[in-house]
Design a protein around this ligand. Structure first.
Ligand code: CA
Length: 476
């Protein structure tokens, strides 16, 4: 009997060890404000992204991955809180602390289940929550969440909190250096490495010796370009919108995109250094590599510059590429998902138990078969001024404060250029989608009204004076 118990214990021990050994590593590369249409291999004819192309050729690219929105203008913060906690926009605390208690996060869950957890880059949630999520953090840019230096370094190996772009070396290069160093020094066992870059967020600062440039004349004007947004969307003069004077001009937008694209190509080069280091490491064949971004950004689409909106490329849609063992190469899927579904999916693939509060779904079926669906519908929100709903084909945007509605047929109008909401033949469609939007709000815990009385005037005049973008301080 005793002998049988010993054999059973040995069997369990070996079994657990084998399971742990075979679990894949995670390398999560996360950009900041990178539009979903800025990867060459996914259809952008102008931009150069040879390393993101490598990932796209090696894995599954999601055509319909989304962040859910934000309740303040610095959408970087809620986007990360949703990603890390697996919670929706209405259930997060932006600093990852609820009522004095640290939220459970997916990286912490990976750590509990035997993974070495590492991060370098832009944190941007409450700094005290960082050591509760990651075991190792190096060269972290804490971001605008209070005093960045009040970190308890109890279980952190090394945290240097500095603003980005400071010093002799660009922050993106430093984050790549740290990731490469981690890959070289890691003693073995499964790891979860999270690398949130602070690029291509404005200001678009690229080292002077990075010789690649785009000629503005060669950048196509976005097909949904407008000199200004057709009405007051509730956030017309926020910091990001002041980065370019009104009315926006084709020449101004092309110059802005040329700088933005150059920054993306620089980021791509840093990602390439990491991918090369991974390929030369013992982890080359057993690592799931992800690339995504915290949001898109308008860059002139719809007359907007920032991401304080719920349009597709201008804000809520994000690139998402996942490659790794068992994931077919060079595939594309229309399966819809939120960013806060990504870590529940990795948890499923890595046999990691869900942290408390996570409500994202796991879409691993779509990772192996692009025809498998994930979510059927999506809800988006920005403050109390914009709400949106999309299903497989249609997108409804509602601006409650000014009583405006947009309806887009994303199948024929993926750029959201033609508003169908005012046409009588689409009245029933608007009514039906409004009902589904309300239902989705209830399910997510969103109590914002879709109509207010009386609404504000929707008309918006250009500001009396234009703004000098160089005077706008970065806040997020
Ligand atoms: Ca961002």
């Amino acid at each position: 009997m005793k002998k049988a118990f010993v054999y059973l214990a040995l069997f369990l021990l070996i079994g657990t060890g084998l399971t742990a050994y075979s679990r894949p590593n995670i390398l999560f590369l996360f950009a900041d404000d990178q539009r979903a249409d800025t990867v060459a291999a996914l259809g952008n004819p102008v931009i150069k992204t040879p390393n993101l192309d490598r990932l796209a050729h090696a894995g599954m690219a999601f055509n319909r991955a989304y962040m859910q929105g934000g309740m303040n203008a610095a959408t970087c913060v809620p986007s990360r809180a949703m990603l890390l906690s697996g919670r929706n926009l209405f259930h997060i605390s932006e600093n990852l602390i609820h009522d004095g208690t640290f939220d459970e996060t997916w990286p912490a869950a990976f750590g509990r289940d035997g993974y070495t957890t590492f991060m370098t880059g832009k944190w941007h949630n409450g700094p005290p929550a960082l050591p509760h999520s990651f075991q190792i953090a190096r060269s972290v840019f804490a971001g605008g969440m209070g005093n960045p230096l009040q970190l308890k370094l109890s279980n952190l190996v090394d945290a240097k909190l500095a603003p980005p772009h400071i010093g002799a070396r660009h922050s993106c290069a430093i984050f790549a250096d740290e990731t490469i160093r981690f890959l070289k020094e890691h003693p073995g066992g499964p790891f979860f490495a999270y690398v949130p870059f602070d690029a291509p967020h404005d200001p678009h600062i690229v080292p002077a010796d990075f010789s690649f440039n785009y000629a503005p004349a060669n950048i196509p004007l976005p097909p949904n370009f407008l000199p200004q947004h057709p009405w007051d969307n509730g956030e017309m003069t926020i910091r990001d919108e002041k980065l370019m004077p009104w009315p926006r001009t084709p020449a101004g937008v092309k110059s802005y995109l040329a700088e933005y694209y150059r920054y993306i190509t620089y980021l791509d080069a840093q990602i390439g250094r990491i991918l090369d280091a991974l390929a030369a490491s013992p982890y080359a064949t057993n690592t799931i590599v992800l690339f995504s971004a915290d949001s898109g950004v308008a860059c002139g689409s719809h007359g907007l510059i920032g991401k304080q909106n719920v349009y597709e490329y201008d804000s809520v849609r994000v690139p998402l590429i996942i490659s790794g063992p068992g994931i077919p190469a060079g595939q594309r899927t229309d399966a819809m998902c939120y960013l806060f579904d990504v870590l529940p999916t990795l948890g499923k693939l890595c046999n990691v138990a869900s942290p408390k509060g996570s409500e994202g779904i796991e879409f691993s079926a779509a990772l192996h078969d692009p025809a498998k669906p994930a979510r059927q519908e999506m809800l988006f929100a920005y403050k109390d001024v914009q709400r949106a709903f999309r299903d497989e084909r249609w997108k409804l945007i509602r601006y409650p404060q000014v009583d405006k509605t947009q309806l887009f047929d994303l199948q024929t109008d993926p750029q959201e250029a033609t508003n169908l909401a005012g046409l009588p033949q689409f009245a029933a469609k608007v009514a039906a989608l409004t009902g589904r939007l309300k239902k989705a709000q209830r399910e997510c815990g969103d109590e914002a009204p879709l109509i207010v009385a009386p609404p504000r005037p929707a008309e918006w005049d250009l500001p009396a004076k234009t703004f000098n973008s160089k005077k706008i301080k970065a806040i997020d």
